[in-house]
Design a protein around this ligand. Structure first.
Ligand SMILES: [Mg+2]
Length: 186
């Protein structure tokens, strides 16, 4: 079975929608979201676990970050991933930490590989050599392509600004990925 490698945030998971909801939940718990995000980014990369541990000292962090989380894996994405899982070995390569598992708990993904930065993600993809790699970041896709990998930019979860500057052959809906993969078989 061939491998298809996918990024997690803003490809499988509506990260922008999730962050907006986390901010709302922080406010509802009497916390100042700006302050929480600022504290979490001091001296280190901003990751969800750092934010989680800061919030956990002040409020019930699970009710802010984890419950519920499923709604951010959109129906269209779930359907496409379920279709792909029948034909491909699905590997998710994501920058992040243990909380990433929770984000895609409802998806039939074979493996989740966690890396610390984009460069590592590219190196990991080079090792795996998937039939196709999908990421929402243009720079990552371009780097993969420069190394001879077949990579596509997914823009379905991006905001207007990032969508405007996207690659010409970007995938605008999860179904577009099925079209790309069908093309490979012929
Ligand atoms: Mg991403």
């Amino acid at each position: 079975m061939e491998t298809v490698a996918l990024d997690l945030d803003r490809v499988l998971f509506d990260t922008n929608g999730y962050i907006a909801e986390v901010r709302r939940r922080m406010e509802a718990a009497g916390l100042n979201p700006e302050e929480m995000f600022r504290r979490a980014s001091v001296g280190k990369r901003k990751d969800l676990s750092t934010l989680y541990s800061i919030v956990s000292r002040l409020a019930d962090a699970d009710s802010i970050f984890v419950e519920p989380m499923d709604g951010f894996v959109r129906k269209e994405v779930k359907e496409v991933v379920e279709t792909l899982a029948k034909r491909f070995n699905l590997v998710v390569i994501s920058v992040g930490d243990g909380l990433q598992h929770r984000k895609i708990a409802t998806l039939p993904v074979g493996k989740l590989v966690l890396v610390e930065k984009d460069e590592e993600k590219v190196r990991m993809a080079e090792l795996i050599r998937p039939a196709v790699f999908v990421d929402d970041k243009k720079s990552v896709v371009e780097e993969m392509r420069s190394r001879g990998l077949r990579a596509y930019q997914a823009v379905w979860f991006l905001d207007e600004k990032h969508r405007k500057g996207c690659l010409e052959d970007a995938l605008h809906s999860p179904e577009d990925l099925l079209v790309v993969l069908d093309g490979l078989d012929r």
